[in-house]
Design a protein around this ligand. Sequence first.
Ligand SMILES: [Zn+2]
Ligand SMILES: [Zn+2]
Length: 147
Amino acid sequence: MIVPFSGGCACGAIRYRCSAEPAFSWNCHCRDCQRASGSAFCPVLYVPRTALTVTGRSTYYDVKAESGNNVSRGFCSQCGSPVFIQAELVPHLQGLWAASLDNPSLFQPQVHVWTDCAQPWDYMTPTLAKIGKAPNAEQMQKLLTSR
Ligand SMILES: [Zn+2]
Ligand SMILES: [Zn+2]
């Protein structure tokens, strides 16, 4: 991915700029991501928090993910766009919803996760690996080192 890259919500109240490559990117098909997106999955890239500059204020909604970890979802209270995800699983990283990117075609998912919860009308990229639930420590390590 070309850095820096930028993005924001639909109305422009929230903007961000990131100066580092994503640590990992995935499509999460868990029920919580389905609810948060109103769709089949959440396409998200996780970047180092220290590389992110944000303007505007997000409203955060905290949920207990199916993994048992806490997840905090940041969205714009004016236009409703989901923009950020803070996951207890990776506290030093911040998730960015792929479609919040100014150039969403830059998003390169590495894996599908929580595919056990995927809907029958969901379509998954056949060339990507699938993990039924949350990745285990070994799978997570592999993700972080094989970009
Ligand atoms: Zn907005
Ligand atoms: Zn999810």
